[in-house]
Design a protein around this ligand. Structure first.
Ligand SMILES: Nc1nc2c(ncn2[C@@H]2O[C@H](COP(=O)(O)OP(=O)(O)OP(=O)(O)O)[C@@H](O)[C@H]2O)c(=O)[nH]1
Ligand SMILES: [K+]
Ligand SMILES: [Mg+2]
Length: 364
């Protein structure tokens, strides 16, 4: 029997046991057992924690969002508010012990929202269930870093540090450095602009540390040594992140205003259901999703059933997602919406589509 099963059995047993003098010892024993199993699960060296029991959730829907935050900031409450899934929420830390998936339906898209256990300082080294939480975060398209608006700005830095230390880069693009190892010829170093944070000598030193003596390196932007290291390591995950400050029902308007002005930040109250519509709007932006409607000749667009695509998608991408062979039969398309000058406009396969555009494909 897995440790999660044991925990849930004991919780059930506690719930159905009446509290009185006669059951006092029985309950006490159950609670001790419960505490023991919970700490085994949260123990870095514990076998149970290492196995990642309870984190194996299938990807589904159009995008995946992971909820990361310290304990008791309201992650589960958010899941309960935005989806039909229920995840236990309570005033004590580590109420959530596993990964719990829910689905947000928005703009016709299914967005998978993952509730996760809280993480604490040292999570990256395996404290709590930190390793597993971070492993799940790496699989997400966007992370929500949830913060308690009543607490200090320090928590944001701490969380960022934890994620940084395991190679997750938040709201950053991959550094624009061309790097290729060679068989011989030494170091060929170049840059397309003046570098102010790094130079050839430093690049050479860093490469030697990796025992790389022959390579081609071209800086296409003014990168730091850390960014070069990210490129050499080649295992970093670059992801969008939204900072969601919860519990604004507990702070002053001035303070709410200050927090809301920070970049990538949204203020909400899950309990009072404040600003959640705006949160979804911003999440949609971060996920860079667009919805496209199709229409057949002579009939109205199917506004019930849009196609969910990535921002930057072309007519060709849309054709692919309608049918595998459609591109081969493609003659031209008519598009209505904000991506065109005229409505409709005749376009080719490379035309870029915008959110809520309507498309009619004309075959050869
Ligand atoms: N004042 C206030 N309290 C909130 C709000 N949202 C959640 N809470 C409370 O915060 C406490 C923790 O909520 P949870 O949803 O369990 O937090 P969590 O982040 O999932 O916690 P763990 O699973 O333990 O990491 C509960 O007592 C909630 O009622 C809010 O908007 N305002
Ligand atoms: K909690
Ligand atoms: Mg929780």
């Amino acid at each position: 029997m897995g440790i999660l099963e044991k925990i849930s059995d004991i919780e059930k047993e506690i719930n159905k046991t009446q509290k009185n003098k006669a059951t006092e010892y029985h309950l006490g024993l159950l609670k001790a057992k419960l505490a023991k199993y919970r700490s085994q699960l949260l123990e870095p060296t514990g076998k149970a924690g290492a196995k990642g029991e309870g984190f194996d959730v299938m990807k589904s829907g159009d995008a995946r969002v992971a909820l990361i935050g310290f304990p008791s900031v309201g992650k589960s409450t958010l899941l309960n508010t935005l989806t039909t899934t229920h995840s236990e929420s309570a005033g004590y830390e580590f109420t959530t012990l596993t990964c719990i998936p829910g689905v947000i339906e928005y703009n016709g898209a299914n967005i998978q929202l993952l509730d996760l256990p809280g993480i604490i300082e040292g999570a990256a080294q395996g404290k709590g269930r930190g390793r597993q939480v971070i492993a799940v975060a790496r699989t997400a398209d966007t992370v929500i870093i949830m913060l308690d608006a009543t607490k200090s700005d320090k928590q944001r830095e701490l969380l960022e540090k934890e994620l940084e230390s395991v190679g997750i880069r938040l709201n950053k693009r991959k550094p624009n450095i061309y790097f290729k190892q060679k068989k011989g010829g030494g170091l060929a170093f170049n840059s397309t602009l003046t570098l102010t944070k790094c130079n050839e000598k430093l690049v050479q030193l860093i490469l030697h540390e990796y025992k790389i003596f022959n390579a081609e390196v071209l800086f296409r932007e003014d990168c730091t040594a850390d960014e070069l290291i990210d490129v050499i390591e080649d295992n970093r995950v670059y992801m969008n992140c939204l900072y969601v400050y919860n519990k604004i029902d507990q702070i002053s308007i001035e303070e709410i205003d200050r927090i809301a002005r920070q970049p990538h930040s949204v203020v909400v109250s899950c309990n009072m259901q404040l600003n959640l519509d705006y949160l979804l709007e911003r999440l949609w932006e971060e996920l860079a999703l667009v919805r496209v409607f199709t229409k057949k000749r002579g009939s109205r667009p199917d506004f019930e059933d849009g196609l969910v695509m990535r921002r930057g998608c072309t007519v060709e991408h849309v054709c692919h997602s309608i049918h595998r062979t459609l591109v081969a039969d493609f003659k031209y398309a008519l598009v209505w919406g904000t991506s065109t000058k005229y409505n409709p406009q005749r376009v080719g396969l490379s035309h870029l589509m915008n959110h809520d555009d309507v498309i009619q494909v004309v075959k050869k």
